[in-house]
Design a protein around this ligand. Structure first.
Ligand SMILES: [Zn+2]
Length: 214
């Protein structure tokens, strides 16, 4: 049976890809050849979708085996209303993923898990899905832990939180020329992420810089 959160994520993915793919064609940042490595990019997004679910199941089993739910008592965070829990989880997950991503660029062993993601010649929404299995695992672990053990999300809350991750992940890898003005100090843009891809430099952007599996 398909879980409720998977339905949310699938609908969100279809919608956001439809929207951003259209914007890429209207306002491309760089001219790109979408046929270049198309087969590899399609396989990559299928790996993200299916392996992401496998890791989620494995992580939950692993965390349950460690009895994390019983050991960690986060009654305060679990009792918060969804409208507070979701944005809070997004910010905390973003903080965690910033450090995971930073570690991937700083430590050689972790870089090996991430190098496939930076093997992209032409960055657009589909090529941005290139992700190794270990990269997926390292990005999934804090998100699963926060969603199901710290905040005890309901299926709907998990669906919304993970859908935000889907939107951000597709958004930052799009080939769109966009200017968000002062909002760019808070929200990451495709322009900024392109710079990151080319220079592997960092700028601290707390909110939404890494949420999702990029
Ligand atoms: Zn990177």
């Amino acid at each position: 049976m398909i879980a409720k959160e998977q339905i949310y994520q699938t609908v969100t993915l279809i919608f956001i890809v439809g929207l951003l793919n259209t914007l890429e064609r209207i306002r491309p940042r760089f001219p790109i050849n979408r046929r270049l490595n198309l087969r590899l990019n399609i396989i990559a997004i299928l790996v993200v979708i299916f392996a992401g679910e496998l890791w989620k199941t494995a992580l939950i089993k692993g965390f349950d085996a460690l009895n994390l739910s019983g050991l960690l008592v986060f009654d305060i965070t679990r009792k918060l209303p969804g409208v507070v829990k979701i944005p809070l989880a997004v910010v905390i997950a973003d903080f965690c993923l910033y450090w995971v991503h930073r570690g991937m660029h700083r430590r050689r062993i972790l870089w090996l898990t991430h190098v496939f993601h930076h093997s992209i010649d032409q960055l657009w929404w589909l090529s941005g899905s290139r992700t190794s299995m270990t990269h997926l695992l390292l990005f999934a672990a804090p998100q699963i832990f926060l969603a199901y053990y710290v905040f005890h999300f309901t299926p709907m809350e998990a669906g919304i939180a993970f859908s935000i991750g889907v939107v951000v992940n597709v958004w930052i890898h799009t080939n769109i020329s966009v200017n968000l003005g002062h909002l760019e100090w808070l929200l990451i843009t495709p322009n900024f992420h392109t710079v990151l891809f080319k220079n592997c430099n960092y700028r601290w952007q707390v909110l939404l810089s890494n949420f999702g599996m990029n």
